[in-house]
Design a protein around this ligand. Structure first.
Ligand code: MF3
Ligand code: CO
Length: 246
């Protein structure tokens, strides 16, 4: 669960590539784009950089990236769907390099979003930042969840409970689980050398979820809009270092 300074140095490559390619994907989003073009971009850019798509084949997942539109929260499978003006598009990407994983997600508006949808995106991004500020040695996992949850709920948005952040390393999902809700001072102690992914999923309505018949796509039970942001970070010299920046 704890990584050495050397291991964290190796993890920076996967993180940087995820940050770079995720930014390209976000910039590619526009009305008229077929979602599976984003998967093709990942194939091309990962091959060019010599990294592996962590998601492809993970528990049978059939693509390199997750693209979740509007009421879809996470794990949307890229397909022929064509993006429309005003769609909320969540993009989640994982890469493996040097045997280590980087995992990150962003949500962007396709064309013009409604002011309320844009506010959902902005608050979800702020909730991630608030959570990351708590990721310090000596704090607890509950401090992160509390910061995320209070940021979201103060703005009137729901926080998904059934999916959570996680430790990251040679595996995409390691201990500990990092919920987006919690109590200050509770949960596992955060320690030097931990690498974790924090990933708030916010909803405009109820936070309850269901899974579509494709077995993957997670949607809000009430069909309200959803936004998702994620970074992988290391706790180094006691402080959070975000690994999934370009
Ligand atoms: N990035 C997601 C997470 O943090 C994983 C995507 S699931 C996969 O849990 F099956 F697509 F890999
Ligand atoms: Co993740």
């Amino acid at each position: 669960m704890l990584k050495s300074r050397d291991e964290i140095a190796k993890m920076r490559e996967a993180g940087r590539v995820v940050g770079q390619v995720l930014r390209m994907l976000a910039e590619e989003v526009r009305p008229g784009l077929a979602v599976d073009k984003l998967d093709e971009t990942v194939r091309r850019e990962f091959a060019r950089r010599g990294v592996l798509p962590t998601f492809l084949g993970y528990r049978g997942y059939p693509a390199r990236v997750c693209v979740s539109v509007n009421e879809e929260i996470v794990h949307g499978i890229p397909g022929r769907r064509v993006l429309q003006d005003g769609d909320l598009v969540s993009i989640d990407l994982g890469a493996t390099a040097n045997g280590f994983v980087g995992d990150a997600a962003v949500t962007v508006a396709c064309g013009r979003a409604s002011p309320e949808a844009q506010r959902l995106i902005d608050v979800a991004r702020e909730a991630l930042q608030a959570g990351m500020r708590q990721a310090r040695a000596g704090n607890h996992v509950g401090d992160i969840g509390y910061a995320v949850q209070t940021t979201a709920e103060a703005a009137g948005f729901g926080v998904v409970r059934e999916y959570v952040g996680h430790g990251v390393g040679r595996q995409m999902h390691e201990d500990p689980a990092i919920p987006n809700y919690g109590t200050p001072g509770k949960g596992p102690l955060l320690r030097e050398g931990m690498v974790i992914a924090i990933e708030p999923m916010l909803t405009m309505g109820d936070w309850r979820t269901r899974v579509l018949s494709d077995g993957w796509t997670v949607v809000t039970a009430d069909s309200s809009l959803s936004a998702h942001f994620e970074h992988t970070l290391a706790i180094l010299d006691g402080e959070p270092e975000v690994l999934t920046l370009p």
